[in-house]
Design a protein around this ligand. Structure first.
Ligand SMILES: NC(=O)c1ccc[n+]([C@@H]2O[C@H](COP(=O)([O-])OP(=O)(O)OC[C@H]3O[C@@H](n4cnc5c(N)ncnc54)[C@H](O)[C@@H]3O)[C@@H](O)[C@H]2O)c1
Length: 303
């Protein structure tokens, strides 16, 4: 099985290639980038680094080489400004997906699954789906870092082992995220937070992005994204049907239409095979607000 990464020389492209390469589940990972030499540089270095652990080949590539890829990951980015809200990147990245999806459609013999990372990711997942003209199950947005951050905050506040904790964050990949804190489990048993703990957890997750951006390094979350994208791509490539949080294009599920938004999705060889929204009544209002915010931004794209 083969993965193509558009923007493969950049931070997310290279970390994802490395994490997935080390897992030894793919035949080849092809790195396409505007900067040809940077893609070659990454492939030459990474290809050797993973040799003791994996048979996966990591190669520099052009669009013309992507015809046999089952999954295409889009991590291309034009926005280098420091931002406090991901929606500020909308204008900078607006022109990216048109040419990229045209190239994918021209070269891919099969209908590939396209995973969009480019921020604001919910908006660009919807834009990507419109431009690809494929089944909505085949265009997916990456937003599971929010869940990782929420679990990290709960583990910090409760002093628990992250790996034994389950909880999910859906909604917008941004301030309108919906934290499903009432459905948390630890070792499979329900886990509850006091009102004070809940406030601290929410505060930690909100402040994290501000602090990270405020460092002024202009580097995005490469390592967390690499680990979480690898989990998502592995679920698709191995047809595991695992439930993972990601941005899905809604077509009437739970009353939502014409929008991409974070949900808990069953991922398999066909992409998003089921969209679930395990919400209680209060959270339905939060989800409505997230959908309204994303829809407003979609309207700015004049699609
Ligand atoms: N959804 C998420 O959770 C999440 C998390 C982190 C970052 N991001 C987003 O992912 C995107 C990538 O982030 P990054 O830190 O890897 O950026 P980066 O700048 O390190 O890498 C982007 C790469 O894309 C290449 N590129 C630009 N235009 C291209 C094109 N038309 N075709 C091919 N390559 C092209 C650049 O040369 C560069 O190597 C950004 O939009 C960022 O905001 C999303």
């Amino acid at each position: 099985m083969k993965l193509g990464i558009i923007g493969g020389a950049g931070l997310l492209g290279s970390t994802t290639a490395f994490v997935l390469g080390m897992r030894d589940i793919l035949d080849e990972i092809k790195l396409v980038d505007l900067n040809d030499n940077a893609a070659k540089n990454q492939a030459m270095d990474m290809g050797q680094a993973i040799l003791p652990f994996s048979r996966t080949k990591i190669t520099p590539a052009h669009y013309a080489d992507l015809g046999d890829c089952e999954v295409i990951l889009v991590t291309a980015n034009m926005s280098t400004r420091q931002v406090t809200d991901r929606s500020e990147r909308l204008k900078d990245n607006m022109g990216l997906l048109g040419p990229i999806t045209a190239e994918i459609k021209a070269v891919c013999r099969q209908d590939p699954i396209v995973i969009i990372c480019t921020n604001p990711v919910d908006v660009f997942t919807y834009v990507g789906w419109k431009l690809m003209g494929s089944d909505r199950s085949k265009v997916i947005g990456f937003s599971s870092n929010d869940t990782m951050r929420l679990k990290w905050a709960v583990a910090e506040v409760k002093g628990l082992d992250y790996r034994r904790l389950e909880c999910v964050c859906i909604g917008e990949h941004g301030d309108a995220q919906v934290r499903l804190l009432d459905q948390m489990t630890y070792d499979g048993q329900p886990l509850t937070l006091t009102a004070e703990e809940t406030e601290t957890v929410i505060c930690l997750t909100k402040e994290w992005f501000k602090e990270f951006s405020g460092l002024g390094i202009k580097r995005s979350t490469g390592w967390t994204s690499g680990v979480n994208l690898a989990e998502m791509i592995e679920a698709i490539m191995t047809d595991s049907k695992k439930l993972l949080p990601c941005s899905a294009v809604f077509g009437g599920e739970f009353g939502y239409n014409d929008v991409a938004c974070g949900a808990l999705c069953r991922l398999g060889k066909n992409g998003v095979e089921e969209i679930t929204l395990p919400l209680n009544n209060g959270q339905k209002a939060e989800m409505d607000a997230a959908v309204a915010k994303i829809k407003e931004q979609i309207s700015w794209t004049n699609l």
